[in-house]
Design a protein around this ligand. Structure first.
Ligand code: ADP
Length: 221
């Protein structure tokens, strides 16, 4: 009799766990997919994120765009950020993290976020993980667009002719941004790679080709 009860109880636990696992995971995927679109300046994150947000019905958050909006409105945050951006340096973590959280909290309806230009340092990555954790969520994955440094310089100088962005106009500032990326931001890839969450996608090709590569990577997450 005892054996029968223990057998039934084992079977029940097995099915219960399987059921909640399947339901739990599919709900997580369906409702909350958070992605970091990663890569050096000028790797095409912004261009791709604008299309991906429509396809996957997610919210695109670019910290660079948020800073430029603040600068345009001459807010205290914008004035502080501009001094760093004009030199190709990173805005301090506390400022950036606070701004990012505010933006996320403005979208309670979101299916998920595409983070573009964030996190750019290890402390920003830790803050993002903790923030998502407090919401009972987690990052689905980081996808890095691979483009080499010399191609980046060419692309950014070209973008500078029309973007009106001060940080695209000078080769010295562009090279500083690449240096900052290699020193402070590239380690973010390893941080998520250690958690089995980082992937690389070829960032050279037509916009459509890269979009298709990114879409299939996101679908598989
Ligand atoms: P790009 O990727 O072409 O460098 P962005 O628009 O993402 O352009 O960023 C422009 C500038 O804004 C950066 O060089 C940096 O000064 C600032 N910035 C953007 N995101 C961050 C961040 N997460 N942390 C610190 N500074 C940032």
């Amino acid at each position: 009799m005892n054996n029968l009860i223990s057998y039934i109880s084992r079977q029940w636990n097995y099915f219960k766990n399987r059921f909640f696992n399947i339901v739990g995971k599919s709900q997580l995927n369906k409702f909350m997919k958070h992605i970091i679109l990663f890569g050096p300046p000028g790797s095409g994150k912004g261009t791709q994120a604008k299309q991906l947000e429509k396809k996957f019905n997610m919210i695109h958050i670019s910290t660079g765009d948020l800073f430029r909006y603040e600068i345009g409105n001459k807010t205290p945050l914008g004035i502080e950020a501009q001094a760093y951006m004009d030199q190709g340096r990173l805005v301090p973590d506390e400022v950036t993290i606070g701004m990012l959280k505010n933006r996320v909290n403005k979208h309670p309806e979101a299916n998920g976020f595409i983070f573009d230009g964030f996190p750019r340092t290890i402390p920003q990555s830790q803050a993002l993980d903790q923030f998502l954790n407090e919401r009972g969520e987690e990052l689905s994955g980081l996808i890095s667009l691979k483009v080499d440094d010399e191609e980046i310089v060419v692309r950014l100088l070209d973008r500078g002719k029309t973007s009106g962005r001060a940080d695209d106009a000078s080769e010295a500032v562009i090279r500083k941004r690449i240096e900052v990326y290699n020193d402070q931001t590239a380690p973010v890839f390893n941080y998520y790679d250690d958690k089995g969450k980082a992937q690389e996608v070829e960032g050279v090709g037509t916009i459509d080709e890269i979009f298709n590569r990114l879409s299939s990577t996101i679908e598989a997450l």
